[in-house]
Design a binder for this molecule. Structure first.
Ligand code: HEM
Length: 526
């Protein structure tokens, strides 16, 4: 940077030092044309140049100091983050990128964490990059403490929902943002269940049975495909009402939802949307089409979203067959509804798929359920137990996560999880831990839940018992009760009408945590 000096040499110094600033260039141009002007003009120009040089220097120094302070503060934060993170047991840091490269060797992050827990015990830290720290815990008392104390979630899933569906006040990382909508949704979902013996209307069950007949007319069905189709009808009719069942674009909507699900995590892993990549724009177009279809179904269902949007009119509320979307749609027209559709569809289909796999591999369990004549699902302890046991052995999400966005989290056992670190619970490990579940922890045995269903039902997520398929604490799943009752109702209706049989089992399926989808058959009971 140039320093202001004396006399005409100052002008030359300024030109040399700040030739790229607009002001510098203007002054250069002006001085060339003014060389033959009067002395008074020259001294005026000199003054302007000196003034410009000083002003430029001040701005440059201010910028330099600000950048340095920001960088030093960031560096300080990273050093503190490393220092605190390094106190947690875990593999030595050989290279910051080493661990993320190691993960594929173990299949996935959960597989790798499982190995690390064997070596380092119930608390393990893992550096994924210089600023990404994962702390995995399998100790029940610590899990409980974190899930109760920590209200925020890591930014990644929030980014995924925002990128795909728009702003959401249900799936945002910060608890402050989601608290209100969570409560209203919970009231809505419980309202759907209130006073009903079955959480899925007969009309929806009939429609599902017709779909099964149509599927079976073409031969054995793919278990995963079947589960997705059924889950889609359940969540769609719950959110949008019965006209969802006859909606002509339903198949396209489901296909788009699956395509978005396939790519969503990848594109959300970028901190800044990678607008320079063609694939990103393809993904963006998918999401936009999905939004368009969501608008269509809202209109189709007789809840003209457009008029609701423009006039605030809520007359469709009275005719709604599904849940009352008014509270959910109010601020974020698509983020919430599409987020629920996405999450509910994937989770319910995952659980139905897992239950079907367990039922076809254990046909005696179907027969045990068959004696149930009452259709009051809440009393069907054995069916509920089957749902719980399937959710225990094959949880539909591998990790529960929390992230203290602002403050360090101080836990008992003098453990500090630094702000920004992602706390995870490897659900499958906890739910198959033999110290919690006994020697037969890896066996499918719904009976273990029979005496506990009443105890579990008011609050399914019971950390003390290591049962976490719906999470726990302030950010636990608000749809858990609805989902369990809906799936149990579905199972009850299926088991009364069909014997579900295995057509072809994939090889070694019993050994895999997520076996490839088997072919199954729905055989009508005579
Ligand atoms: C089998 C079905 C389902 C499973 C296994 C499931 C599982 C989960 C899990 C594991 C979480 C994270 C909990 C935590 O971090 O502690 C979650 C969150 C959530 N679930 Fe579900 N869910 C299911 C169905 C549903 C349905 C049907 C709805 C609503 C229509 C729903 C609404 C939500 C919402 C809004 C959250 C976000 C809570 C928050 O971040 O504050 N879920 N769910």
């Amino acid at each position: 940077m140039a320093s202001a000096g004396e006399g005409t040499s100052i002008g030359t110094a300024v030109e040399a030092a700040v030739p790229c600033t607009l002001l510098g260039l203007l002054l250069q141009g002006k001085s060339a044309g003014a060389s033959s002007d009067a002395v008074g003009d020259r001294s005026g120009i000199c003054f302007m140049r000196e003034y410009a040089a000083r002003a430029t220097n001040i701005v440059l120094w201010a910028v330099l100091i600000a950048v340095t302070v920001i960088l030093l503060r960031r560096l300080g934060r990273v050093v503190r983050f490393w220092a605190k993170g390094s106190r947690i047991p875990g593999p030595p840091i050989l290279s910051f990128y080493r661990h993320s490269k190691l993960i594929p060797e173990w299949g996935d992050l959960t597989g790798y964490l499982s190995k690390l827990h064997e070596i380092y015990g119930p608390i393990v830290r893992l550096w994924l990059s210089p600023t990404e720290l994962v702390v995995s815990v399998t100790d029940l008392s610590l899990i409980k403490e974190v899930l109760i104390k920590e209200e925020d979630k890591s930014p990644l899933p929030g980014r995924l929902f925002r990128l795909a569906f728009g702003d959401s006040s249900l799936f945002a990382p910060s608890f402050d943002l989601v608290q209100q909508r969570r409560e209203s949704l919970e009231i809505q979902l419980n309202g759907v269940l209130l006073g009903k013996s079955s959480s899925i209307p007969l009309k929806v069950l009939d429609c599902i049975v017709k779909k099964i007949d149509a599927f079976m007319a073409e031969g054995p069905v793919d278990c995963e495909e079947m589960s997705q189709c059924v889950a889609f009808s359940i969540i769609g009719s719950t959110l949008f009402g019965h006209s969802f069942l006859t909606w002509s674009n339903a198949d396209t909507y489901r296909e788009l939802l699956m395509r978005v699900a396939k790519d969503a995590s990848f594109w959300a892993s970028y901190n800044i949307p990678p607008i320079w990549k063609r694939g990103f724009w393809r993904y963006w177009r998918l999401c936009t089409r999905l939004k368009g279809l969501t608008r269509d179904i809202l209109v189709q269902c007789g809840r003209s979203y457009t008029s609701f949007e423009k006039t605030g009119q809520t007359s469709w509320k009275e005719t709604a067959e599904g849940i009352n979307l008014h509270l959910i749609l109010e601020d974020e027209p698509y983020g919430n509804i599409m987020g629920m559709m996405f999450h509910g569809y994937l989770k319910i289909s995952g659980l139905i798929n897992n239950i079907l796999i367990k039922l076809v591999l254990n046909p005696e369990m179907q027969e045990k359920s068959f004696w149930i004549t009452s259709f009051d699902v809440q009393k069907m302890q054995f069916l509920l137990a089957t749902v719980f046991e399937s959710a225990r052995l094959l949880p539909s999400g591998p990790l529960l996560q929390r992230c203290s966005l602002k403050h360090d989290l101080n836990l008992r056992k003098s453990l500090t999880i630094p702000a920004g670190a992602i706390f995870v619970v490897p659900v499958h490990l906890v739910q198959t831990d033999s110290t919690i579940w006994g020697k037969d922890a890896c066996q499918f045995n719904p009976l273990r839940f029979v005496s506990k269903t009443v105890m579990y039902f008011p609050s399914l997520a019971d950390v003390n018992c290591g049962f976490l398929p719906f999470g726990s604490g302030k950010r636990a799943c608000v749809g858990q009760k609805f989902a369990v009752l809906a799936i149990s109702t579905l199972l009850a209706s299926w088991i009364q009408e069909f014997q579900i049989q295995l057509h072809a089992a994939p090889e070694d399926s019993a050994l895999l945590q997520h076996p490839p989808s088997p072919k199954i058959m729905f055989v009508r009971r005579s």
